[in-house]
Structures are given as structure tokens and as C-alpha cells.
Design a protein around this ligand. Structure first.
Ligand code: XMP
Length: 510
């Protein structure tokens, strides 16, 4: 299989580079610069290498370097930002600090005729973020682009297929970034660019078939998209040697636990143990109203339940985790192997005896995970589900969590989701749900007075969930949802819509 190595020097856009390569149709693998040698790179038969950016200056004592033998390994190489300076430095050029004229942001780029810039106009916009620059190109290299403040915005040694760009072609602000990356992998590395998610799935299945043959493997299914995709992928590879444990804590949405069990067990054929632990969790939460305490209790109880199951399962060889790339970033980036600190798997390594952790989705973004799920045949209603917090509805019920309140919230939430689905909105909110407040308000129904719960509807639009805006759902859709909720969910007397952005509010109410 054609593949490109993204050699990680600690830059912030590394995964974006890999993603752009995959979008262009070649599989990309990110490996920290310290974890691979030139010989290993040659053995792996990469079609090309991309050196990423990094926060350092090549002259810092602690800055990351690489064996300069890579320049003569006969593998096409593209350096980006720090990666570009590193190539310049390794090849004998000179790097300088731009001092007060360092460039950040959109900059006008002027390019010369060169294979990397095929199809680019002479002048276009690129995105710069650097203090150092190459002040003198090494022997054998030609300067192929400049900006007003950067006399060497790109350089090339066509004979050795070595290229460097000071700007960032992987970010969307660089007008022709996608063309540059395609020129590199298709024009220079000669990749056929036929890779799809289907190839990822197939090659992962083949890989795990070999590496996990005869091993006992355990996967904690949360019911979410990531762990489901990881489990189905591994099941394709090793069948019933994969044991999946699905702890139903009772805080899932309406019919969700049954859906997960049915799809995973019957449709996907997984060797699945469902643990119905609703009562245990509710008992522990009795009388608890404080949000952080609820989260902590749920996290701990999850581990206790798993501990009990683990006694029956015994020692396993491998623990599977549905870690995806954004989790890796959140927990502190690339280099070391970080385990997702998600409440429902975070504590497991302590209670399960195992030898190895496998994270098959570690390099993928969420939409790529969904695409892999579709390739694996997981039904759309499971694969395209919106994010759902680990502690589930327990943190969408303000005050004490009871079975009665859970049932009320499940019904109201289901109605809201049905109405959003039925509305055929042009832009579906990134996340939308109901919250059961602990306020009761006076109302009237027929001739009788009522004193019902107040439910809040929340819908947000966001790219990354770090910030979010409340969704401008059409009034008619809100009206219909409100009408149905007050009619169909008997104890609810009032519906309000949350119009607070994040910040200052968070997406969840607790
Ligand atoms: P907040 O409320 O922090 O939510 O603005 C941002 C995103 O994270 C989800 N969320 C969680 N996910 N475990 C999770 O797996 C949690 O404890 C948790 N708390 C919040 C939330 O649903 C939103 O998508």
C-alpha cells in the first residue's frame, strides 16, 4: 500500500497534514521523529516523507534534529515550516531569526516554475507562522518562492527530490495548499492516490489479524461512535477473541442501550456482554445534587462494575480503546502514548490485567472515524450520532437523579430529537438535547392548575466544542417541539430554549 510518512517535529498542524494527504488519496502515518530511524523508513517503503513544523529554532540545543542521511535516501521529502528550515540546515544552509519582521498570518506568495508549484499562479495567498527563515540556501538548492518579508519562502533540490516550504500548505488559508500537497504526493512521489477509508479498514483488519492472532482482547463499549467503530473493526480481524463489555449505567437516551446491544450483537455479530447496572448507579447517586460529585460517583461506579465483570473474564492480553486524534491532542500531543482520560475507560487499565493497549483509530478525526464506521457496515443511526457525555443524562438532570426524572427527560429529549430530524434543517446543530431543570412552575391544563417540571432545550453549533454558539432553530420547529413535549410528557409544564453561547456557558448544564 502506498503511504506517506509524516515525521512529527512537534508542530501544531501535524494531524492536519496527514489528513490533507489522506484527502488527496494516500494513506499517511504520523510518527514522532525520535521513534524511527532512516533504515526503518527505507524498510517501510514510504512513497514520500513530510517533515512537519515545530515550535523550535534549529539552533536551539534542545531542538529536534534528524539523521541527515535521510536527504540521500532517495525518498522524496517535503519540509514544512520548521521542517523546511531543518532540511536547509541539514543540507548546509544558513538559518536566521527574522527578528521584528517575523511573519504571522496571510501573506502574498510569489512562486517560480517548479514541480511543487505546478498549476499555481505566480502570486497567491499563503499562511505563514515563523520567526526563523533560511537566509542562505544550501548548495544544490534553488529558492523557488518568496514573500515580501521572506527571501526564501520555498526551496527545492529537484535532482534529489527535496523540497521545503516556509508557509503552511495544510491550512485552508493557504489558497493553493491542497494543490501543493497533491503536487508533492502525486507529481513528485508518483503516488497513484487511490486510497480510501475502505483501504484503511482493510489494511487495519489485516494488520490486527496478524498481530492479535490467538490473543484474548477486551473492549469496553460505551455505546458511542468511537468505541463502536474500534470494536467492529477488531471483530472483523479476530472474531470472538474480542470480548466487548457494554456497561449500561441507565443514563443513556431513550432506547439507546437496546439499540447498541441489538446492532452490535445481532447485526455486527460481536461477542458482547451487556451489564445492566442501572440500579447500582441510581443507588449511589441517591441524594446527590452536586454536579462534580455526580460525575465522580459515576466514573468510580463504572470501574467497580467493570471490576466485577473482569473477575469472570480473567486476564486478557490486549485492551482496546477507541481513542481518536482529538483525544490525543487534548491529553498532550503525539510523542508519548497517551491514554484517553474518558470516564468510561480511563480507570480500566488499573482494574484489568492486560499486556498491551491497542488504539486502532488513534490517527483519525471524528468524521474519518464515522467514514470508517460506514465502511464497516455500522448502521447510519449509530455512526452519525451526535456527541454524548460519558455520564449521560445524569448531568442533564439538575439536582438529584431519580428513575422518574430519567424517564421524563428521556421522553422530552426523544421528542426534541424527532422534531429536529423531521424539520429537514439546512444546518443541523452540532449537538441538541433536553435538560430537566429542578424548577417546577405553575400552569393550567383544561380547567385544572398544574405544577410541572420545566424542561430546557439546548442546541449548539460548533466545530470543536471548545467554543459554541446557540443554534438559530426556526421558531416553528421550537414551537412544535414545545407543544409536543407539554402534551406528550405529562409532568412537564413549561419548555424554555437556552440562548447562551459557550463561553460563558458550557454546552452541558452540569
Ligand atoms: P461542555 O459542557 O464542556 O461540553 O461545554 C463540551 C462537549 O463535551 C461533552 N462532554 C463530555 N463528554 N464525558 C464526555 O465524554 C464527559 O464527562 C463530558 N462532559 C461534557 C459535551 O456533551 C459536549 O459535546
Amino acid at each position: 500500500m502506498e503511504k506517506i510518512l509524516v515525521l512529527d517535529f512537534g508542530g501544531q498542524y501535524n494531524q492536519l497534514i496527514a489528513r490533507r494527504v489522506r484527502e488527496a488519496g494516500v494513506y499517511a502515518e504520523i510518527i514522532p521523529y525520535s521513534k524511527i530511524t532512516v533504515d526503518e523508513i527505507i524498510k517501510e517503503k514510504y512513497s514520500g516523507i513530510i517533515f512537519t513544523g515545530g515550535p523550535n529554532s534549529v539552533y536551539d540545543e534542545t531542538s529536534p534534529h534528524f539523521d541527515s542521511a535521510i536527504l540521500d535516501a532517495g525518498i522524496p521529502l517535503l519540509g514544512i515550516c520548521y521542517g523546511c528550515q531543518l532540511i536547509g540546515f541539514m543540507a548546509g544552509g544558513e538559518i536566521r531569526s527574522a527578528g521584528t519582521v517575523s511573519e504571522y498570518g496571510k501573506t502574498s506568495l510569489r512562486v517560480k516554475d517548479n514541480p511543487l508549484f505546478k498549476g499555481l499562479p505566480e502570486e497567491s495567498v499563503c499562511w505563514m507562522s515563523h520567526t526563523d527563515y533560511i537566509s542562505s540556501a544550501p548548495a544544490g538548492f534553488e529558492i523557488t518562492a518568496i514573500t515580501n518579508n521572506c527571501p526564501c519562502a520555498a526551496l527545492a533540490d529537484d535532482s534529489r527530490k527535496l523540497y521545503g516550504v516556509q508557509f503552511h500548505p495544510e491550512v485552508t488559508h493557504t489558497e493553493y495548499g491542497g494543490v501543493i500537497i497533491r503536487n508533492f504526493i502525486n507529481g513528485i512521489c508518483k503516488c497513484k492516490c487511490g486510497w480510501t477509508m475502505d483501504d484503511f479498514v482493510r489494511s487495519s483488519v489485516e494488520k490486527y489479524k496478524k498481530s492479535l492472532a490467538g490473543k484474548k482482547v477486551l473492549c469496553a463499549l460505551s455505546g458511542g461512535v468511537d468505541s463502536s467503530v474500534a470494536a467492529v473493526l477488531l471483530h472483523k480481524a479476530i472474531g470472538d477473541n474480542l470480548i466487548c463489555v457494554f456497561v449500561d449505567h441507565g443514563f443513556l437516551r431513550k432506547d439507546e442501550g437496546d439499540l447498541v446491544e441489538r446492532v452490535m450483537k445481532e447485526e455486527m455479530g460481536l461477542n458482547l456482554i451487556r451489564v445492566n447496572a442501572q440500579d447500582r448507579f441510581l443507588e449511589k447517586l441517591a441524594g446527590v445534587t452536586e454536579p462534580e460529585k455526580k460525575r465522580k460517583i459515576i466514573g468510580e461506579e463504572f470501574i467497580r462494575v467493570f471490576e466485577d465483570v473482569a473477575k469472570d473474564i480473567g486476564k486478557v492480553d490486549v485492551l482496546v480503546q477507541g481513542t481518536i486524534y482529538p483525544d490525543v491532542i487534548e491529553s498532550g500531543k503525539g510523542d508519548a502514548s497517551v491514554i484517553k482520560s474518558h470516564h468510561n475507560v480511563g480507570g480500566l487499565p488499573d482494574v484489568i490485567e492486560f499486556e498491551e493497549i491497542v488504539e486502532p483509530l488513534r490517527d483519525l478525526f471524528k468524521d474519518e472515524v464515522r467514514a470508517a464506521g460506514r465502511e464497516l457496515g455500522i448502521p447510519e443511526n449509530l455512526v452519525s450520532r451526535q456527541p454524548f457525555p460519558g455520564p449521560g443524562l445524569a448531568i442533564r438532570i439538575l439536582g438529584e437523579v431519580t428513575k422518574e426524572k430519567l424517564d421524563i427527560l428521556r421522553d422530552a429529549d426523544a421528542v426534541f430529537r424527532e422534531e429536529i430530524a423531521a424539520a429537514g434543517l439546512k444546518e443541523i446543530p452540532s449537538q441538541y438535547f433536553a435538560v430537566l431543570t429542578d424548577s417546577r412552575t405553575v400552569g393550567v391544563m383544561g380547567d385544572a392548575g398544574t405544577y410541572g417540571y420545566t424542561v430546557a432545550l439546548r442546541a449548539v453549533s460548533t466545530d470543536d466544542f471548545m467554543t459554541a454558539d446557540w443554534s438559530r432553530i426556526p421558531y416553528d420547529v421550537l414551537a412544535k417541539a414545545s407543544n409536543r413535549i407539554t402534551n406528550e410528557v405529562r409532568t412537564i409544564g413549561r419548555v424554555v430554549y437556552d440562548i447562551t453561547a459557550k463561553p460563558p456557558a458550557t454546552v452541558e448544564w452540569e
